[in-house]
Structures are given as C-alpha cells and as structure tokens.
Design a protein around this ligand. Structure first.
Ligand code: SF4
Ligand code: SF4
Length: 294
C-alpha cells in the first residue's frame, strides 16, 4: 500500500450495515457509519481553529469528496488501546496503531463489491477524523477535545481510522445532525497542568502533549510547563480524570527520564520502534528527559 490514504479498486461481496457492525464487534473495534456529505460546522471542535500542530491545515478537512470523489458513506473505525499511568502517554507507549487500523480497514474494504471504489485514512490525511466519529455516532465530544465512546468501558482511549466508499451500504441509520457533548464536569480543566482547556477546547500552545511532541528547542514557558508535568512524551491527565474513563483499567508504567538519557538510537529502535511514539524519534524524547531532570 505504501500510503495511509489513497484510492483502490476492490472485488468482494456487498456488506450490510449490520455486517460491518458485526465485524467490528468480533474484532473488538468500535464502528460508526455516516453519509459522505461534508461535515457541518458543529462537528469541528473549536480548538481546530487554533492552528493545532501536527494537524492538516487544509480547508477541506470536512469534505470526504476531496479524498474520494462520489463518496456515499464514511465508515469510522475505532481501536481501543490500553491505558497506562506514567511519563509516556498511553497512546505513545502502545503499539503503533497505524498498521493495525489500516489492516482492519483493508479487511472491511474487501467486503464491498468489485465495482466499489474506496479510500482510507488513518491519522495522516486531510480529513478531520474526530468530526466524522461524532457524525457517525461513535461518541461524545469531551471538553478535552477527545471523542468519548458511547460504548461502555472504552472511554476516550481509542484511536480511529476512516474508510470511504462510493457504494451503498444497506441499512445505515441517518447520520447525526448535531454533536453530543460530555457533561462539562470540569475535571479535565482542573487537572490540566497547562490550564490549556477552556471554552474553545484545548490550546495547543499550553498543552503538554503537543509541547512534548514538538521537535526543536522549547521556549522558557514550554520548558517550565513540561518540567512541572514530569511527562516525557504525550499527556493523559485530562483523560485519566474523566469520569467516562473510570471503567478503563490503568496499568502502571515504570519509565524514568534516565532510561532515555543513556539510550542510543539502536536501543531505542529495539525497545520502542514498534510504538506509536517512535515516529518522533529519540532526540525529542531525550530533550524532554533533560527537561524533566532539570
Ligand atoms: S493532554 Fe495534558 S496538557 Fe493537554 S489538555 Fe490534556 S491534561 Fe492538559
Ligand atoms: S473530565 Fe468532565 S468535562 Fe472533561 S471531558 Fe470528561 S466529562 Fe467532559
């Protein structure tokens, strides 16, 4: 495949909506389906207007037709990941989800008739995945910017990918026209070390997760915030305190800054090469470790 988004021709049987949901259930995945029309403005988190780093700046992030002309449906697949408590975020510490999610999307795509054209996106692509997850009924929008799964026991600990098809999917329920939000309990706002969460979502310039992934030198303010947080890569605090995540088991993580300061590239590759944080590379994590030890 070589790419996480692209166009393909496929040859197999037509699935119903129920068949797709069954596939997801059997594979421990979340699934939602929405129409292929553009996202209404309500599906965009206010923080998307803040120039979030690592996120596509393209204006057509809400229009699936930019990825697949003639698209009829967007199938949103969520893959739960394990929650850990430590200096590496659960998402970064876990196995790189791109390959796993892409494999699931490929299996789903292969269920469609030969005449169906499709495209997929896992993380790197123009479309705003969280907005499609909300429109497809996968979950609620949290004040911390996360999508909170409506399925019990998953909370916001899942990543997602999109499968776009230009064929009909029988039995699809109408797409959501409005966004369901969390109950605004304020726990995430109170726990955030950077006071990054406000009525406009998450301010990336004050968010430890973004700062810890940003390459290059940090400003004095960023350095102070990162040091105060004690994080080496990413940040889960706003997820950890969210009541929707109470049922998610959390494993302790024994990782120290010194582990990285003494590490060379080969050792990093061997130990963390298959994790989602490997793409950022050892140097950024070493920088964070130096900040952490002061
Ligand atoms: S990831 Fe951390 S710093 Fe960013 S909003 Fe959540 S709690 Fe705040
Ligand atoms: S902690 Fe409360 S306010 Fe924040 S996302 Fe969860 S439910 Fe919403």
């Amino acid at each position: 495949m070589g790419s996480r988004s692209g166009l393909y021709n496929v040859a197999r049987q037509a699935p119903s909506s129920a068949g797709l949901y069954n596939f997801a259930r059997k594979n421990g995945l979340l699934l939602g389906i929405c129409d292929g029309g553009p996202l209404a403005p309500c599906f965009f988190d206010p923080s998307t207007l803040r120039g979030t780093p690592f996120v596509s700046r393209k204006k057509d992030r809400g229009d699936p037709a930019t990825l697949l002309p003639g698209v009829r449906h967007v199938v949103v697949v969520g893959r739960p990941y394990a929650a850990v408590d430590g200096a590496l975020s659960s998402l970064g510490y876990g196995v790189d989800y791109h390959a796993a999610l892409t494999a699931h999307l490929q299996v789903l795509a292969a269920l469609f008739p030969a005449t169906t054209r499709y495209a997929m996106q896992v993380d790197s692509g123009p479309l705003y995945e969280r907005g499609f997850a909300l429109k497809a009924g996968l979950g609620l929008r949290g004040c911390n910017g996360m999508v909170i799964a409506t399925e019990a026991g998953v909370g916001s600990y899942f990543n997602m990918g999109l499968l776009l098809v230009d064929g009909e999917i029988p039995g699809v329920a109408p797409s959501r026209g409005t966004v369901l939000c969390c109950e605004h309990c304020g726990a995430c706002r109170g726990a955030c070390p950077g006071a990054a969460i406000d009525a406009n979502g998450v301010d990336p310039l004050r968010c430890v997760s973004y700062i810890s992934q940003k390459p290059g030198p940090l400003s004095p303010q960023e350095t102070a915030l990162l040091q105060r947080s004690g994080q080496l890569y990413g940040c889960d605090l706003c997820q950890r305190v969210c009541p929707h995540n109470r049922a998610v088991p959390v494993q302790p993580q024994a990782v120290l800054p010194q582990d990285f300061l003494q590490m060379d590239a080969a050792a990093f590759c061997e130990k963390y090469g298959k994790t989602a944080m490997a793409w950022r590379g050892l140097e950024t994590i070493k920088r964070n470790a130096r900040v952490s030890v002061g």
